[in-house]
Design a protein around this ligand. Structure first.
Ligand SMILES: [Zn+2]
Length: 351
């Protein structure tokens, strides 16, 4: 079986403003690096053109009135939602195709047509809330994919791991009181970065208590901290949850060269996470995994990390790069203390 690469030309037509960091060139760089692998010609990876999402499904995650407003602003040629989140005439179509790319990927994996997928899309989705566009996001692609798995395919347990440098507030809120979706976010501490949420005490409510896990990383945290976080939290809780499907919100803005954040990951650190998530899916749910592009604003890093995901998913030898960065002792210590606190508060559910 092949790995699917979900894409659509429309993803590059959505532009928010001149010089905006969330720009079409991100996808062009990713596609260039993926093409260099030759995996598309070898048919180990199949390029799949996205189709628009089902509107009823979109309305199960977002308020209808809000979605109508995204369409109305796009139809009018453009408009702002926040200072840094704006639409042009293509945004509604691109956002519907990005969400649809995710559900198409789910269908193909569940039906056994493909083994896994990378949804290489814009606009991203993890900041989009029920009734508002936020942080360059309009429709929450990963939340819609999770909902689709539950509603359409009868899946009971979906694990979402979000390692974008920013907290996935929209995804967290979509399933905060739900125990069918376990959200684990690894992001830069919200006291130091947009959107200012994602703290360790946000652990879910009602039936969802314990099914929302936030690793708020100390500024500067890099490969070592993420390695410990994976060993002590992501893999242990993931195993205890026993997911039937793994969804990953991948953002490459945790790289030390990213212009918007101050985390310290390297391309090897990103590759380590991609590899361990893929291994987890193989071990726990017959390899059913899909990666969804969220952020990442260093074009070269978006390209290299996208290449890594495609190589990883298609079981090809991965290319490594020699970007080196190490974190301070202080960061590592902070991560260990954070993990201890999380283990205490989630003890009755997962440990
Ligand atoms: Zn981000």
């Amino acid at each position: 079986m092949t790995t699917d690469l979900l894409y659509h030309e429309m993803f590059t037509k959505h532009v928010m403003s001149p010089g905006h960091p969330e720009r079409p060139e991100r996808l062009i760089s990713a596609m260039k690096h993926i093409q260099e692998t030759g995996l598309l010609e070898e048919s180990k990876v199949k390029l799949i053109e996205a189709t628009p999402a089902n509107l009823d499904l979109v309305h199960s995650i977002h308020e209808k009135q809000y979605i109508d407003m995204v369409k109305a602003k796009s139809d009018a040629g453009g408009g702002y939602f926040t200072m840094d989140t704006a639409v042009n005439k293509y945004t509604y179509d691109a956002a519907m195709l990005a969400a649809g790319a995710g559900t198409l990927a789910m269908d193909r994996i569940i039906e056994g047509v493909s083994k896994n997928a990378y949804v290489l899309c814009r606009p991203p989705g993890h900041h989009a809330e029920y009734d508002r566009a936020f942080g360059f996001c309009f429709i929450n692609n990963v939340a819609i994919a999770a909902k689709h798995l539950i509603q359409r395919h009868g899946i009971q347990r979906v694990l979402i791991v979000d390692y974008d440098a920013h907290h996935g507030n929209g995804t967290q809120n979509a399933f905060y009181a739900n125990n069918q979706v376990l959200y684990i976010g690894l992001h830069q501490d919200g006291r130091t970065l947009f959107p200012g949420s994602g703290f360790p005490d946000e652990i879910g409510s009602g039936e969802g208590r314990g099914y929302n896990v936030n690793l708020a990383m100390y500024p500067g945290a890099g490969d070592k901290s993420y390695d410990i976080a994976f060993s002590e939290i992501v893999e242990k809780i993931g195993e205890s949850f026993s997911p039937e499907f793994v969804l990953v919100s991948c953002g490459f803005d945790g790289h030390f060269s990213d212009p918007l954040t101050v985390l310290g990951l390297t391309t090897s650190g990103m590759a380590m996470m991609n590899s361990r998530l893929n291994s987890m899916a193989k071990k726990l749910c017959e390899g059913k995994i899909a990666f969804f592009l969220e952020g990442g604003y260093d074009l070269d890093i978006v390209g290299k990390c996208s290449r890594n995901i495609i190589e990883e998913l298609s079981d090809t030898d991965t290319t490594s790069y020699n970007d080196i960065h190490s974190e301070s002792e202080n960061c590592t210590q902070h991560t260990k203390e954070l993990i201890d606190r999380l283990k205490d508060s989630l003890n009755d559910v997962h440990f």
